[in-house]
Design a binder for this molecule. Structure first.
Ligand SMILES: Nc1nc2c(c(=O)[nH]1)N[C@H]1C(S)=C(S)[C@@H](COP(=O)(O)O)O[C@H]1N2
Ligand SMILES: [Mo]
Length: 505
């Protein structure tokens, strides 16, 4: 046990045992004791907003996987160094593991609803990690730890590898058990949506332009974009769900799931959009939502007149700040269903907010459990603390879906198309420009409502071979026409014309 490589391996083995045991023991304590998720969430929490944006941009929906890989890589490197530095006299490596365990405990305790009991798995894991490291450097396998024979050296590395494998295996087992034990997919499958009292207006066929492969007017649940900071999807059963309404109200109210049955069940078609959506981006989708009017729920609590913000909170501590009037105007939903099914777990099961006209970061709280009536000059929500605007009305925008950038278009007649949106004003017109030509009116699909996107198509005769550009701009029902001024998503949403280059061949 002399080479630095072998020493590094002892450190990695010790860390694997520490993390693996913490994960396995954690399975008995439930998801709130999961140190891996806690550290990952703390990293997300502490990462500067710009870096988060970059991560969402670079890794997209794989951003969480990328984070997990990064955290594990950092742990492995620290562990390797700790292994090299550990000696029988100077337990620097053990100290490092204890320090890492301390960081893990702090991360667990920083999570919403954590208690002291939740750090037990981390403490047990840390103790096991230290024990393994001390054991491996103690020389018990190497005859006083000095000149090891080849045979003893081999035995040691086998022990090291065995412990490493055991650590990884127990970690994996812990993750699987935690998932299975906490999953609410059974709870969701057992749930039948209540009968709708006030159905959404039927969706006319004409919303979908013909002869061009555009996104479906209603996005399927599996195609719906997903954005959130949750490293592991919160698992909240209907039984455990509560919605507390407090703060600047006449009387505090806490609803249980079954209490909702006394409210009218309404259905609305609403297009959600993410403020991080770049010009031409995919972070927009449209669904039929089933739920209760937030206004009805708030009315029972009695909103005080000087409250101007509702700070909504999710079970995992994320928050959004929404103007009170956006929630009381009758269009905002506490949604429990999406496209006729209970909300998918990753879209907020068992209940979330859906508010027409506002970007998701200031309104669309998933796994929502708490509404606090407060004021914009008193409270700040998650993304606002990170430098995003406190108010987030959706900007008028349009996107080209056909052709795709770089696509070859055969000579002859062709139909282009895309989507345009300006929730909750609605789209009045879409215009298209080919190369430097005149702006020409696109054909609009039927308007459904101001709260939904509008699909458009544009028939064109491709004659001249070579490269061309297509540019789109929309006009909303307030008469505002998109300008070419480019704005980044930060701090309150991207603007600018979407333009694409294609080739006619
Ligand atoms: N609990 C929770 N709710 C959240 C978020 C989050 O990070 N956590 N992200 C919000 C953002 S930024 C958007 S754009 C929408 C996206 O909703 P979706 O994932 O169902 O499309 O959820 C909102 N609700
Ligand atoms: Mo978002």
């Amino acid at each position: 046990m002399t080479t630095p490589g072998a020493k590094a391996m002892t450190g990695v083995a010790a860390a694997a045992v520490a993390v693996g045991v913490a994960q396995l023991v954690g399975a008995a304590f439930g998801p709130q004791a999961d140190v891996r998720t806690a550290v990952g969430s703390a990293v997300i929490e502490l990462t500067p907003g710009a870096v988060k944006e970059w991560a969402i941009d670079t890794f997209g929906t794989a951003d969480k996987l990328a984070l997990t890989v990064m955290v594990l890589a950092v742990i492995a490197v620290i562990a390797a160094v700790a292994g090299i530095l550990e000696s029988r006299r100077r337990p620097i490596g053990s100290t490092a593991i204890v320090a890492a365990g301390g960081v893990g405990c702090a991360a667990v305790l920083s999570r919403a609803g954590a208690t002291l009991v939740d750090i037990v798995p981390t403490l047990v894991g840390t103790a096991c990690g230290v024990a393994v490291l001390r054991l491996l450097v103690s020389g018990r396998f190497t005859d006083e730890g000095e000149e090891a024979s080849t045979d003893q050296g081999r035995r040691l590395s086998l022990v090291t590898l065995g412990l490493l494998g055991a650590g990884v295996a127990s970690g994996a087992l812990g993750v699987v058990i935690t998932r299975l034990a906490s999953s609410v997919s059974g709870d969701r499958e057992a749930f039948a949506l209540p009968k709708v009292n006030k159905a959404a207006a039927p969706i006319p066929d004409g919303v979908q332009p013909k002869g061009v492969a555009l996104p479906s007017f209603v996005t399927s649940n599996s195609d719906f974009y997903r954005i959130d900071t949750a490293l592991s999807v919160p698992q909240l059963s209907r039984q455990d769900w509560r919605l507390r309404i407090h703060g600047m109200v006449d009387r505090e109210v806490t609803y249980r799931y079954e209490d909702l049955s006394r409210f009218e069940v309404v259905e609305k078609v609403v297009t959600l959009t993410c403020v991080s959506n770049p010009v031409g981006g995919e972070l927009i989708s449209n669904a039929v939502w089933t739920g209760y009017r937030v206004g009805d729920l708030l009315a029972e609590a009695g909103v005080q007149p000087d409250a101007d913000m509702v700070l909504s909170m999710s079970v995992d501590g994320w928050s959004a700040g929404t103007p009170v009037e956006a929630l009381t105007d009758g269009d905002a939903l506490l949604a429990i269903g999406m496209n006729g099914e209970p909300l998918p777990i990753e879209h907020g099961y068992p209940a979330r907010l859906v508010v027409p006209g506002l970007y998701g970061y200031v309104s669309a709280t998933k796994w929502v459990t708490d509404l606090e009536l407060t004021r914009f000059d008193r409270a700040e929500a998650y993304w606002t603390r990170l430098g995003w605007s406190a108010r987030g009305p959706i900007k008028t925008e349009s996107r080209i879906d056909v052709p795709r950038s770089g696509q070859d278009v055969p000579v002859g007649p062709v139909t282009f198309g895309g989507v345009a949106w300006a929730q909750d004003r609605g789209i009045r017109a879409v215009e298209v420009q080919i190369d430097d030509g005149d702006w020409r009116q696109a054909t609009l699909g039927d308007a459904y409502s101001g709260d939904t996107w509008r699909l458009w198509s544009f028939p064109w005769d491709a004659r001249e071979t070579g490269f061309h550009t297509i540019t789109v701009r929309a006009t909303d029902n307030d008469g505002y026409t998109q300008t070419p001024d480019r704005a980044d998503p930060v701090p309150d949403g991207a603007t600018g014309w979407h333009s694409i280059t294609f080739a006619v061949r």
